[in-house]
Design a protein around this ligand. Sequence first.
Ligand code: FES
Length: 106
Amino acid sequence: MAKITFIDHKGTSRTVDAAPGVSVMEAAIRNMVPGIDADCGGACACATCHVYVDEAWLPLVGKPEAAEAGMLEFAQNVNHTSRLSCQIKLSDALDGLIVTTPESQF
Ligand code: FES
């Protein structure tokens, strides 16, 4: 299992457990974490699962691929840490991952 901590724009922190292979978005939905709507169900077609990856985790999480980068253009307040959480697959290496949800999705 991997632990993921979601921090909302007010600083409220929620840590959930998820199995490797599950996306960060799926972990949020299954644990009713607010701030991730995932309107398209993980098809990389809505950008409502936008998160900011903690700087320390960026090297392990990696950069978005072309389709994800294109969809991120429709998200608000994107920065260099932005990812679509449906495109981040969990692994043991990501145990302890920290992401923040944008204020615009609250
Ligand atoms: Fe729609 Fe991630 S759930 S882009």
